[in-house]
Design a protein around this ligand. Sequence first.
Ligand code: ADP
Ligand code: ZN
Ligand code: ZN
Length: 814
Amino acid sequence: MENQTIPRFAEVLLPRPLAGGFTYLIPEGMHALLRPGIRVLVQFGNRKIYSGIVLRLHDEKPEHHQPKAILEVLGPAIDDQRILQFWEWLASYYMCTPGEVMNVALPSRLKLESETQLFCPIEEEHWPGELSEAELEVLRLTRSNSETTLNDVVKFSGTGAVKLVRQLVDSGLLLIKESIKHQSLEKWVKVVRLRPDNDELIAGILSPTSRAKSQQNLLLAYYQIESTGQLVTREKLLEVSRASMSSLDALVEKGIFEIAEVKESSIIGRSGIQAYALTPAQNQALQQILDSFQRKRIALLHGVTSSGKTEIYVHLMKQVQQSGGQCLLLVPEIALTTQLIGRLRQFFGDQISLYHSRMTDRERTDVWESVRKAEPAGRLIVGARSALFLPYSDLRLVIIDEEHDPSYRQDAPNPRYQGRDAAIYLASLFDARVLLGSATPSIESYFNTQVGKYDLVELHQRYEGISLPTVEIIDLKATRKQGQLRGNFSHILLQAIEDALSRGKQSIIFQNRRGYAPRLVCTECGFIYMCQHCDITLTLHKAAQKLRCHYCGSEKSIPLTCSACGSTQLQLHGAGTEQIEDELTSYFPNARIERLDIDTARSKKRYQQLLTDMETGQIDILVGTQMVTKGLNFTKVEVVGVVNADNLLYFPEYRAHERAFQLLEQVAGRSGRSGQRGKVFIQTYTPQHPVLTHVCSHQYSDFYQWQATERREFHYPPYVRMIQLTLRHRDLKILQSAASQLAQSLTTISEISIIGPEFPPVARVSDYYRLRFLIKIPKNQSYLRIKNTLWYTCLSFFAHADYRRIRYTFEVDI
Ligand code: ADP
Ligand code: ZN
Ligand code: ZN
């Protein structure tokens, strides 16, 4: 025994619920295959099998138990140590566990044991004779079903199965089929082509007297799509033309169109559209960015709406592509970025990969592998925040578009992190450059330019030199007094919409609430319909004929009489987008009005259709929630109306003014992007509000000065650091008692100041009451040390029997 070599161990990171590194024994012969970043199969407890990732190899034998051996090496998941370093940093910085990070980081195909497929390549007649009954069973199972997973085997043969599988794999009778290696099925798409020599027929259809309107639309749409350099797919053609399949069939019948099938990859491969020549202003900004990158790692591009930031990104990405390195373009929400992606596709074709959580696992795994191998398509990535976790090896540039956007933060579940800040850390590991872009930078990023941490590059001009829109503030109180208010609309705004309509221009009307009305109230007894599970009113949805809770999703049918007193005097208060749409329809019966919010744009297809219809001028007025504020670029929008700005301005949160300014400035930025100067109308009961004044002048720097002064004075970020600690429990009494006890414990940490415990604006959600602390930490204190103290204070506090069932979460840099 004494002469045996020391067994070596591996620390393996397992996913949630285990969430952490566990020690495993490395079996004989496996050493050569293992290194950090390799995916392995291990057993945990008696039954469960997980795939985990090797964090490190070591010789420290655990004191208290005999570790199990690693079952199987599955192959590499990560090649570059810096990626694991990034995961560990994220866990420690954002106060969660590495297992939780792994959970969001890996596509499920790479982490789930249930996905691991087994197969037997040998036919039964050639199996060796000495197999046990149990082994035969496993082999037959895998032969009978080519999709057999490890879990199936465990279910079928019980606990002993893992060892059995291991033996069968050893003897070569069973193979582990790595899902990654499966050939992806090439997707085929139908494309439409014009057949030659049909000029006369076509002229006939296009002639103004022709009555085949739908066929006319098809032809026009065809030319329109083709002029952008894209292949005309059947789907796109039907979408743009809004014609039916039968009209298309008719044109095929007539021999005008033909339909062919091509591989999907060949469509996007047909890029070839040149980068636009930059305007002098854009070119100057690009040069400044490049210069800045010589000196500093991070630059902020503050470019007004429609200044053409995308074009600058394209040029920078092109440079990285030519150098052979990797570039990540982060966007807040892929689903709301179709226009940007369309532009990148035009230019980069299939040399660019998308990555986000709504993709299928298969697609995500493919991108993962192509990034790991740094294949051409794995060098330019456009992704939502989950793209931060891809296995880069040569990251040179990270661009963060709309860096101010709140959706960069992951709220739930853990890891609760700020994607923009994490991206900056990731870039630092690779010594990569970072470009932050926004028309309305976050206070913290702009602050960083003021203290010299980032360079500031400004682009004050809109592309084509059009002025930023005029902004008119409409005082609702005065308007009402003068009898100039009709429903939710002032005469001025209605007049502007009418004007735009008469000249074939479009309008966007923004209301920050969906549904028909946010409150249903009994005028007899004052009863208000609330959610049974949350402390919030139910919103009436007219189309769905339901009262709905926007927090927990529960719903009920609309009552005819008051549930408290039986009266029929039920009244709606407030207005959501559904009502605004109805109202506009009654004012402008001939206008084409559509609504864009998550109720109408639940499916990607519907959303696309709305965008296309906006682009092709099939919509006159678009009503929507903040979905209409995000990055959309329509050339014919002249009027933007904000129905009521007040609920943005009075939100009880220290960032409320910042968010309100960003939203209003962004929605204003949708108007007048081409041709004529746009007009924005903001209705409000508080016309003197400073946020509105700043939106009127479009002077971001004035707005920043005002906010920065307030934040400094009242000790808010970026002048201090702030962590939010939230406690949740079903029982309010227990929660309150725990919170006040915890408040006691926290006061022992002398360097911090604490606000709370206090209820958030909605105190109860899905039957859980919530109490929160805001913890402010001066910048001259060690953040890491205080976070550690907080962590251990909470760990021991919530280990107490009375409080064990309380859930608690940290949000760092809130
Ligand atoms: P931003 O993101 O700054 O709001 P975009 O990148 O969406 O602005 O640009 C606004 C519009 O101007 C887009 O339609 C874009 O294609 C066009 N554009 C910007 N720069 C150029 C350029 N140099 N040449 C041609 N078109 C441009
Ligand atoms: Zn009542
Ligand atoms: Zn609810």
